[in-house]
Design a protein around this ligand. Structure first.
Ligand SMILES: [Zn+2]
Length: 233
């Protein structure tokens, strides 16, 4: 079956009805198991990394359904149902980090990973990719299930160790606990929050992190202010 046909099938299965949308599937630049969906007028296009080329149609169908479910999250017409493909797809995603591919690691984050893995996970976690992302102030860190990557905002490159470790601990909890829910995923569950609080001096380090971010934000706005002034002469 053609991928575009499979995408149509996915739509039908997920929402229990056919549609007038035209479906396109394109393989290209994305890394690892990343995939995106874009809707323009009556066209729905799936952009996939090449990794998906060799994945079985059942799982791919689940991927399409997962992307469609979030695309139509607020729709009153199309309501997603729980399907077997979605469940199989979720299991597939939850196990992606078990592959033994070599990882990229930033040395600073690697030290943090080793500390946190030892203290809080009894060294049970495999190392994910560890990288600093752009200097973001709102999304401080994230864990990507598709690529098994912990990304930390570059503003933390000179952060105290406990702040870095708390961010690392939070993201590694995502790696360990994965997610619950089939149609819409839940990440910060009650259990997650309970475990997060097990971090040493959680309250104070959490507050310290907030203060650190605020300080960095002020520094960066001052910098861009003088930058602008410079160019205005
Ligand atoms: Zn989180």
């Amino acid at each position: 079956m053609e991928d575009s046909e499979l995408a149509r099938e996915a739509f039908k299965e997920l929402f229990g009805r056919d549609s007038n949308y035209r479906f396109y599937v394109e393989y290209g630049k994305l890394h690892d198991y990343n995939a995106q969906v874009i809707k323009m007028y009556s066209n729905i296009k799936f952009k996939m990394s090449r990794r998906w080329l060799n994945v079985s149609p059942m799982i791919k169908k689940g991927l399409f359904e997962s992307l469609l479910a979030s695309l139509f999250k607020h729709s009153k017409v199309f309501r997603a149902k729980r399907t077997v493909s979605l469940e199989i797809y979720n299991d597939f995603i939850k196990n992606l980090d078990l592959s033994s591919e070599s990882k990229n690691k930033d040395p600073l984050l690697y030290e943090s990973f080793k500390r946190v893995n030892k203290i809080y996970f009894n060294n049970s976690l495999d190392m994910p990719n560890l990288r600093f992302g752009r200097a973001a102030f709102s999304k401080l860190a994230s864990y990507n299930f598709h690529t098994d990557t912990v990304t930390v905002s570059s503003i933390f490159k000179d952060a105290p160790q406990d702040i870095l470790d708390l961010l690392m601990y939070h993201e590694l909890l995502h790696k360990k606990l994965k997610f619950s829910g089939v149609i819409s995923k839940q990440f910060h569950t009650k259990k997650f929050r309970e475990l997060e609080r097990q971090f040493k001096d959680y309250e104070s380090v959490d507050k310290k992190t907030t203060d650190f971010v605020r300080k960095k934000q002020i520094q960066s706005s001052k910098k861009s202010f003088s930058f602008k002034r410079f160019f205005k002469g």
